[in-house]
Design a protein around this ligand. Structure first.
Ligand code: HEC
Length: 238
């Protein structure tokens, strides 16, 4: 069972060569939100299903092509989100030092991701088995994928990006492992006495009393990007 999953995970290792033009589909998402807020969930879901099928036929798209496009888009979005976060983190460290940057991340990490969410009409999360922010706790599906990444990392197998269908096939869940690439991360995710300075530790303790995101070493799995991409949005931009 576990092996089958790992093969599945590795099977989706892809190279992302093509960059595509982004189309705007905020209006469609808004439309969806309004309808789902009105409580007509099932009917809308059926309508969405039919509409996606119609545009798939019109554009002559196969399931495999859409899956591939979702994978490529997930890669683009996760790269963009990562650049936004790293850029903000480095600026905060430069300005306020590590302790000040913890405070900055506490306030700004999730809002920065929300901006990327809204831009693309997807749902981005960083999930971790040993999370710092309780909002980054994995759900059941995410936990299974994180376990597989953890296994791969421990066994020295590449932890490749993964994509799978959820919510009856209407949504793709794209995931990508987040590793600890260098010593910068250890200033806030390493060992208390050797890596994390006392003033940084003080802020971490205060803001995250149940912090589990410490004692990492370079090369560890820190968590993963988890991006929920509506199939409809993928088809619309193809
Ligand atoms: C200045 C301290 C600091 C540094 C340096 C830092 N982080 Fe973090 N990290 C945080 C804080 C604070 C949070 C919680 C943010 C929040 O509340 O949303 C966090 C959260 C995360 C999360 C989300 C999962 C969780 O545990 O909540 C990941 C993934 C992560 N960091 C990876 C990294 C990586 C990789 C590096 C190195 C490139 C890094 N961090 C460097 C402070 C830091």
């Amino acid at each position: 069972m576990e092996n089958a999953f790992l093969i599945f995970l590795n099977g989706f290792c892809q190279l992302f060569l093509r960059k595509k033009e982004m189309k705007k589909f905020g209006i469609i998402i808004l439309f969806l939100l309004i309808f789902s807020a009105c409580g007509g969930n099932e009917r809308v879901s059926r309508e969405v299903f039919d509409e996606v099928n119609r545009s798939m036929e019109a554009k002559k798209l196969s399931e495999a092509q859409i899956l591939q496009a979702a994978m490529e888009w997930g890669e683009e979005i996760s790269t963009e989100a990562q650049q936004q976060l790293i850029g903000a983190l480095q600026a905060a460290i430069g300005e306020k030092g590590f302790a000040g940057a913890v405070d900055f991340c506490h306030v700004n990490a999730l809002p920065i991701l929300k901006e990327v969410d809204e831009k693309h009409g997807v749902k981005i999360k960083r999930a971790s088995l040993n999370y710092r922010n309780p909002l980054d706790k994995p759900d059941d599906t995410e936990e299974v994928i994180l376990d597989a990444y953890q296994y791969n990392v421990e066994e020295g197998i590449p932890a490749d990006p993964n994509i799978q269908k959820i919510e009856g096939g209407e949504v793709y869940l794209y995931t990508k492992a987040i590793m600890i690439p260098n010593a910068l991360c250890l200033n806030c995710h390493g060992a208390k006495d050797s890596d994390i300075a006392p003033d940084t530790w003080k802020v971490l303790e205060e803001k995250y009393p149940n912090d589990q995101a410490i004692n990492h070493k370079i090369g560890d799995l820190r968590g993963m990007w988890s991006i929920r991409i509506p199939k409809r949005a993928v088809v619309n931009r193809m």
